[in-house]
Design a protein around this ligand. Structure first.
Ligand SMILES: CC(C)(COP(=O)(O)OP(=O)(O)OC[C@H]1O[C@@H](n2cnc3c(N)ncnc32)[C@H](O)[C@@H]1OP(=O)(O)O)[C@@H](O)C(=O)NCCC(=O)NCCS
Length: 192
């Protein structure tokens, strides 16, 4: 009997990443679409979001939002580089999250943000938990998340989503001012 290949990466052979949607009790984690641009634009005016996600353009313009939802996010899915998702609750976009599929020994990386008016309702943790479960169900040996040591809200999200803190990785995240900050490395394994 042939054995499945051993791999740290999820097996995406049965998944159409361009359309894949993950559903939870309250959320649809679905592909972005053109109609999301206004909600993404509004949410990304938030100071905290721009601080903790230094890869976002700042100032964040309506054109940035339109480019993300119509070109960059669908492109990541089409190229097999990841599964960015709009977090939708009761028909409204309340945030974005994603599974980044860069190969490496740490496994897929999970990231998240929620819109200021939708915070403290458990949406980020519910989305992170479901995306981690999705990658692990597809055979990933582990998933991980890096959180800036000063981002206490996001560390709480990781813990609530079933991740375990593995340690502090020095000078792992570059802040917007160019300085390098330590990060907490979190992971979830299939048994967690
Ligand atoms: C961090 C962030 C995603 C939290 O989103 P959220 O939807 O409010 O999170 P949840 O409601 O799922 O909360 C999960 C846990 O985090 C805690 N939490 C959320 N915001 C918090 C805050 N500002 N301070 C302390 N704890 C906080 C919640 O109390 C909850 O903890 P519990 O399990 O002990 O009850 C949101 O504040 C955000 O988008 N921040 C800017 C972007 C960002 O930091 N992204 C992550 C980069 S690594």
């Amino acid at each position: 009997m042939s054995q499945p290949p051993l791999s740290a990466e999820p097996d995406l052979s049965t998944v159409d990443l361009r359309t894949e949607t993950v559903r939870t009790e309250r959320l649809a984690l679905r592909p972005h679409r053109a109609g999301d641009a206004d909600a993404v634009f509004a949410a990304c005016q938030d100071r905290e979001t721009l601080i903790w996600l230094p890869a976002l353009p700042s100032p964040y313009t309506r054109a940035d939002a339109a480019d993300w939802v119509t070109r960059l996010a669908p492109g990541e899915r089409a190229d097999g580089l990841g599964m960015p998702v709009a977090i939708e609750a009761a028909g409204q976009l309340v945030g974005s999250a994603g599974v980044h599929l860069r190969p490496g020994r740490l496994g897929p990386e999970i990231g998240w943000w929620t819109a200021p008016q939708a915070r403290r309702r458990g949406y980020a943790a519910e989305a992170a938990h479901a995306l981690a479960a999705w990658a692990l169900r597809l055979g990933a040996a582990r998933v991980h998340a890096f959180v800036d040591v000063d981002n206490t809200a996001s560390a709480a999200v990781a813990r609530r989503a079933g991740f375990t803190e593995e340690g502090r990785v020095r000078a792992a995240l570059q802040r917007r001012d160019g300085s390098w900050a330590d990060a907490l490395l979190f992971s979830r394994l299939p048994g967690d």
